[in-house]
Design a protein around this ligand. Structure first.
Ligand SMILES: Cc1ncc(COP(=O)(O)O)c(C=O)c1O
Ligand SMILES: [Zn+2]
Length: 441
């Protein structure tokens, strides 16, 4: 008996055999992978998992590939960090940061791509591709290099240069498109159909999306096989958000963790917040944002595929979906760096700002245990921490000659005195985050 039962429509529950399909022929709803949990339950235990090497394949039975791939990057088993200093700032005593910014290409997208690419290889595809808001491009490019397949990454022209350089370094073909992510997504559907390429997040989406569940499994295992009270997750398409819930649900159903309600809190940037708007409006209907306008480019999906499911999850779990200003995102990103030594990208800033808001508005209550997901690395979005003072340090050759000191102790002493004076003049380290989201006492 196979543990992978096939694909099932998320709207009408019609069943389809395992294959590279992604829409329901009956109702055009999205397909997802269906498993036989009876078979999985007989194979999987805490002990079986504990005996396996680090990485996402330690949860193989709950992922939609037949066998761990022979080739691929070392993805997953990222740190769960006890964030005491950040928690103190936010009024959250038991705060954990799932630091997924240390995956091979520095974002959680390595997880979804590892699963999609393993499946694409099993299906016999010869070309990999994706429609990306930035991070997916690097993840697909690197995974393609590791398995030895060509990759085409389609990106909006305004994504961060560091993400473009990273994808190019792996030898991917970059397809810069004049248009938004949503327009690129439609183009990708056509290319996938015409050329038969494996677009990891389009025609392989049911498999791709399952990779996000590995975050839920890791968090539960790292907490000693239990679930937190609340999670805070960034939302672009809404897939990560809903798949973490599915992952927790599976662990409960399999008896690997005790049943417990977990509140799901999502973060979206104000300049592209269709899911937060639907949540605030009380309905489930997503009104697409035609022209996203935010610093948080990785979350700039105006017409999110899983938007409805995300709204429902936030509401039914007693969570929320927070709309976050770019200023609050930057303040939060700085707070995480200065208080925890983790440099996260703008999506992580948005998540921690959503966490601060949810604590301030009472969705997160005193004493609760919370896990926030930092899904990308700050080196990918250095623009977020640019300031006139930082930029003034550089000229074309590196640090500007006028900013340097001679290699003499006396010169350093003078520099130290001036620096201390500057610091005394600055008013505290983190005023912005507290202003953006006052914590009730
Ligand atoms: C860093 C980062 N975090 C979170 C997300 C959200 O992913 P999803 O589309 O599954 O909501 C993305 C999507 O591109 C991302 O790049
Ligand atoms: Zn259907």
């Amino acid at each position: 008996m196979s543990r992978i039962a096939g694909l099932r429509c998320r709207i009408c529950a019609a069943e389809v055999p395992t294959g590279p399909s992604f829409v329901c022929a009956r109702c055009f709803g999205p397909l997802e992978v269906a498993y036989d949990y009876g078979v999985i339950g007989a194979m999987l235990s805490r002990e079986v998992i504990a005996a396996r090497p680090a990485g996402i394949w330690r949860y193989l039975e709950l992922l939609p590939v037949e066998a761990p791939p022979a080739r691929g990057l070392a993805v997953g088993s990222t740190p769960l960090v006890a964030a005491e200093r950040l928690g103190e700032l936010l009024g959250i005593e038991r705060l954990w940061l799932k630091n997924d910014s240390v995956n091979p290409t520095l974002s959680f997208k390595d997880r979804v791509v590892a699963v999609a690419v393993a499946r694409a290889v099993e299906f016999g595809f010869d070309t990999l591709a994706c429609a990306s808001t930035g991070n997916l491009a690097g993840a697909v490019a690197a995974a393609a290099a590791a398995v030895g397949l060509p990759a085409y990454v389609f990106v909006p022209a305004d994504i961060e240069p560091a993400k473009i350089r990273q994808a190019l370094a792996f030898g991917a073909r970059l397809v810069p498109v004049e248009g938004t992510y949503d327009q690129i997504n439609r183009l990708s559907l056509e290319v996938a159909d015409e050329l038969g390429w494996a677009f990891v997040n389009v025609n392989l989406r049911p498999y791709y999306a399952e990779g996000s569940k590995s975050l839920a499994y890791e968090v539960a295992e790292q907490l000693g096989w239990r679930l937190p009270d609340a999670v805070v997750v960034p939302i672009a398409s809404g897939s990560l958000f809903t798949k973490i819930a599915r992952g927790f649900g599976e662990l409960v159903d399999l008896g690997l963790v005790g049943a417990k309600p977990v509140r799901f809190i999502g973060g979206q940037p104000e300049g592209c917040a269709p899911v937060a708007a639907a949540y605030a409006g009380g309905g489930e209907e997503i009104r697409p944002v035609r022209s996203p306008d935010t610093l948080v480019k990785s979350l700039a999906i105006g017409d999110p595929a899983d938007g409805r499911f995300a709204v429902r999850l936030a509401r039914e779990s007693g969570g929320s979906i927070e709309s976050v200003s770019d200023a609050a995102t930057v303040a939060a990103l700085r707070a995480v760096a200065e208080r925890e030594g983790i440099f996260t990208e703008t999506a992580g800033g948005c998540t921690v700002a959503a966490l601060a808001q949810a604590r301030a508005n009472g969705v997160i209550r005193p004493g609760e245990e919370v896990v926030a997901f930092l899904t990308g690395n700050g080196l990918k979005t250095p623009e977020a921490v640019a300031s006139p003072e930082v930029e003034a340090l550089f000229d074309g050759e590196g640090i500007a000659a006028t900013a340097r000191i001679p290699a003499r102790f006396g010169a350093f002493e003078a520099w130290l005195a001036a620096a201390s004076e500057d610091e005394a003049g600055a008013s505290g380290q983190l005023p912005d985050l507290r202003d953006a989201a006052p914590v009730p006492s």
